[in-house]
Design a protein around this ligand. Structure first.
Ligand code: FCA
Length: 312
């Protein structure tokens, strides 16, 4: 078994395929997967695959390079069946990270081990933080708009943003002031384009809470609000992620509408998944079927300390 898992130079090769290689989060995942590769002495093959064709080509290329398995965050969870089949044909082991793959019935493919975030709990944390800050600022509850930047085709995105929505309603925000802004892409531009018309249509509301699936979506909303004259004192944006995008915003001299972010563990999603795949291909020990990771709230006031603790 161990013999088949190695390439001609004797080194194990493991792929790490991500849907959006330019996003900070995925750069961080790759970085930590690279740490695992150095520690355990395997080759890590990083591949960016923003669409289905590129995912399938990437899997074939991994097989051609004698890889033994791969970790994937796919651009569309509905590619699940195709990914599983292509991995099987090529005798590659597969596990998913961040976005859980779904089968033809719309349900998660349980045979593919997965590491994801606790979406509902993390969304709830974001919603509670926003509500607490609105209270601290003395905003009248009835005059606050909530912008839910939505990417509802992705389960983890639904969990996160509905978790935030429920926490805001529980804190007393009127449900009729929660506005959905569906985004086409999960980057800052996608968030901006989604937010702009919704904010414009509801110009009567002068206080806004902005939530979304990641920092980029929320930052897009914050930038759209700025364009309409709603600055740091009128907006409370709470993102999710915390790697790079959020700290750049917190480091600015003046507070912007990007108030907080829930820091996720890129180490657990990168290092732990790559290590689990390595142990699976070398020892035959499969990863646990499902792992959920937690998050830590950070703001402009404490982000340096929180990040230092995470890096330690
Ligand atoms: C999804 C999002 C990413 C990141 C990751 C943990 O894949 O698109 O931005 O939040 O989950």
């Amino acid at each position: 078994m161990a013999g088949c898992a190695r390439s001609s130079d004797g080194k194990v090769r493991i792929g790490f395929i991500v849907k959006q290689p330019e996003e900070q989060w995925f750069q961080s995942e790759w970085k930590f997967a690279g740490v695992a590769a150095r520690e355990h002495g395997f080759d890590l093959i990083r591949i960016g695959a923003p669409d289905g064709d590129r995912v399938l080509t990437a899997i074939d290329n991994l097989a051609a390079k004698n890889a033994s398995g791969f970790v994937i965050c796919a651009p569309d969870p509905r590619l699940g069946t195709a990914i599983e089949q292509r991995a099987r044909v090529n005798e590659l082991k597969v596990m998913s990270v961040d976005d859980r793959l779904i089968g033809p019935d719309g349900k998660p493919i349980r045979s593919i081990p997965h590491v994801g975030i606790s979406g509902v709990a993390i969304g709830k944390l974001a919603g509670e933080a926003a509500a607490a800050e609105a209270k601290r600022r003395g905003w009248p509850l009835g005059q606050i708009g909530v912008l839910r930047i939505a990417y509802d085709s992705l389960e983890t995105a639904r969990e996160r943003t509905f978790g935030a929505r429920d926490a805001l309603i529980a804190a007393g925000l009127p449900a009729e002031h929660i506005f959905d802004a569906p985004q086409r892409t999960t980057d800052t531009e996608g968030g901006f384009t989604a937010a702009d018309p919704v904010l414009t249509r509801n110009a009567a509301l002068k206080h806004w809470i902005i939530v979304g699936l990641n920092d980029e979506a929320v930052l897009g909303g914050v930038r759209a609000a700025e364009g309409l004259g709603l600055g740091g004192d009128a907006v409370i944006g709470v993102g999710i992620g915390g790697s790079g995008t959020a700290d750049a915003e917190f480091a600015k001299t003046r507070q912007t509408g990007f108030y907080a972010s829930v820091l996720l563990s890129a180490r657990k999603h990168g290092y732990d998944t790559a290590t689990a795949m390595y142990e699976w291909v070398t020892r035959g020990t499969p990863p646990p079927p499902l792992v959920h990771t937690s998050g830590t709230l950070m703001t402009r006031d404490n982000f340096r300390a929180v990040l230092a603790r995470e890096a330690a």
